[in-house]
Design a protein around this ligand. Structure first.
Ligand code: ZN
Length: 82
């Protein structure tokens, strides 16, 4: 039950100092390996607890915060050109 995420250290090409730790499912790990501007430093482990960050972005699950409606637009006070 539940897929195993790989915990990886990666960095963007051109920014080798800015390393990031990410959890990725096998599908997104394969996808990431295909991206040129992302370099995989190493796979440091696996986890059943951490969810793939890419999957989380695509499917955040039940919303924790309802979308705030845009400020009610009102034309009151708008200067009228004469
Ligand atoms: Zn994923």
């Amino acid at each position: 039950m539940g897929s195993v995420s790989a915990i990886v250290v990666l960095h963007e090409e051109g920014a080798p100092e800015a390393r990031q730790l990410m959890a990725l499912c096998p599908e997104h790990l394969a996808l990431l390996r295909a991206i040129r501007w992302v370099a995989l430093d190493e796979v440091v482990g696996t986890s059943r607890v951490l969810r793939c960050e890419a999957c989380t972005l695509l499917d955040p699950g039940p919303p924790t915060m309802p979308p705030t409606p845009a400020a009610s637009g009102s034309d009151v006070g708008r200067p009228v050109a004469s």
